[in-house]
Design a protein around this ligand. Structure first.
Ligand code: CUA
Length: 185
């Protein structure tokens, strides 16, 4: 091969490499763009709460004791939902939430890693033993939504799911103790 031919070949290779590098760069920028866009517009981002809890005692006292599970409206009007994810059920099995209001959802597990999502919403998190998983959402569909466990947690995994009942403000009535349960239908 002459020197010129070798040089021309080198240039061709360089050209192809640069073309691919540009293509990959565009792809990476597009993926990052979509992540930032959905985070800003649809509130879709990874849960970032780091809060420890002892999985051995969480059910005995404190906020995840049985009488504190479910939906509570605080003195300031803030709505907080507390749920335990355990093999193989969510406690409680039905969660009442208001329509069009910001809701704080807090999850903990006494056994293994679970995961959950609420269909059609931005709620999607892992529930890891030793940590409280906390996410926020505003429900914009007044209907019953499905909340399945989406992390394989054992033989009963496929039976592990709960219902999220999104209630209009007229039906979302906290009792004396500030608690709201699912409407019986
Ligand atoms: Cu819990 Cu799968």
């Amino acid at each position: 091969m002459t020197e010129q031919a070798a040089e021309a070949r080198e240039r061709r290779i360089l050209g192809t490499e640069l073309l691919w590098a540009f293509g990959v760069g565009v792809l990476i920028a597009a993926v990052l763009g979509v992540i930032v866009f959905t985070a800003l517009t649809a509130d879709i981002n990874p849960p970032s709460n780091v809060e420890r809890i002892d999985p051995k005692t969480l059910h005995l006292s404190g906020e995840f004791a049985e009488q504190n599970l479910g939906t509570t409206v605080g003195a300031d009007g803030g709505v907080t939902v507390r749920v335990i994810a355990t093999q193989f059920m969510f406690v409680p099995r039905c969660i009442a939430v208001p329509y069009g209001r910001r809701v704080t959802l807090r999850f903990a597990t006494p056994d293994v890693i679970h995961g959950l999502l609420i269909t059609g919403t931005n709620v999607n998190t892992m529930v890891v033993p030793g940590f409280v998983a906390q996410v926020y959402s505003e429900f914009t569909r007044a209907e019953d939504l499905l909340m399945p466990c989406h992390e394989y947690c054992g033989l009963g995994h496929s039976d592990m799911w709960a219902t999220v009942q999104v209630l209009p403000e007229s039906a979302f009535k906290p009792g004396q103790d500030g608690r709201v349960s699912c409407a019986q239908r």
